[in-house]
Design a protein around this ligand. Sequence first.
Ligand SMILES: *Cc1c(COP(=O)(O)O)cnc(C)c1O
Length: 346
Amino acid sequence: MEDTIMEKKDLDWGNIGFTYMPTDKRYVADYKDGEWGEGRLTADPTVVINECAGILQYCQEIFEGLKAYTTEDGSIVTFRPDLNAERMMDSAVRLEMPPFPKERFLEAVDAVVRENAAWVPPYGSGATLYLRPYMFATGPVIGVKPSMEYQFRLFATPVGPYFKGGAKPLTICVSDFDRAAPNGTGHVKAGLNYAMSLHASVTAHAAGYDENMFLDPGTRTFVEETGGANFLFVTGDGEVVTPKSDSILPSITRRSLVYVAEHYLGLKVTQRPVKLAELKDFAECGLCGTAAVISPVGKVVDHGREICFPSGMEEMGPVTKKLYDTLTGIQMGEIEAPEGWIRKIV
Ligand SMILES: *Cc1c(COP(=O)(O)O)cnc(C)c1O
């Protein structure tokens, strides 16, 4: 193979924000006649589907989100993409869609990252190449039933550093809306969960809050998540607590942080139902997700009652910071990763 020096795109990596920017190639595969066809890379960012496609009528869609980035030694890698592949297969089963095979998912990720290597931000910029795999019903349905045809796509878009000028703790409010129904779809990554959370999020933003805290849909007494990130709490004794519920989306970041807490930092971790009424007893609170890894939460407002965490409104709490530094260090190749966590692509 010819040895070429790749030209990076001329972007202001530190200031690109979190918006869609089309890149050179995306991956597409179609499901028809009971099987997934051969995938292909294309330069065309548009999708043309029938007016009666299942996605347009009954919202049959699932998605994933992960990042490719440059590590300290100059490699381009992804973080635990096998877990995104598996979670997407679980989501597909719940929405009566044909799972896209794990190996093919991983090959698609590798291919899209390789083709868009010039769009992967350099090490140290804080920016990453965000990858969005998704699948939707393309076949026509008018009677309510699963579609017979689907499309799997995966595109990449560069995104800027999540915390510009430091991680300022968030203020969140306890929402009067629910994001998931008991025994519903809260635990799967489906666009429909987001469509119905938009009103809650616009309402919270208009009232001056950064995010919503959703409660358990059955009793509204336990903490669930925000709609895009899982909660992680730290007790005064340095124990990490994460809420347990069947309607929480199993965040890969949260699962990774739990491992880091136990195996790298020697902390006790408990996953259990967390009552809204016990929030005042925690020392630190954070939100976990791919985009930010952990965003610190300084304050929760429950209908005028303020719950202020001792970590304050200026910086991350000490345990949250250690978790953040260790996981980002593992991702960037500065700290040795557990077996299988980093997939090297280039
Ligand atoms: C994607 C998502 C998360 C975060 O999951 P990660 O795998 O850590 O990115 C949390 N909650 C919801 C509802 C999500 O859709």
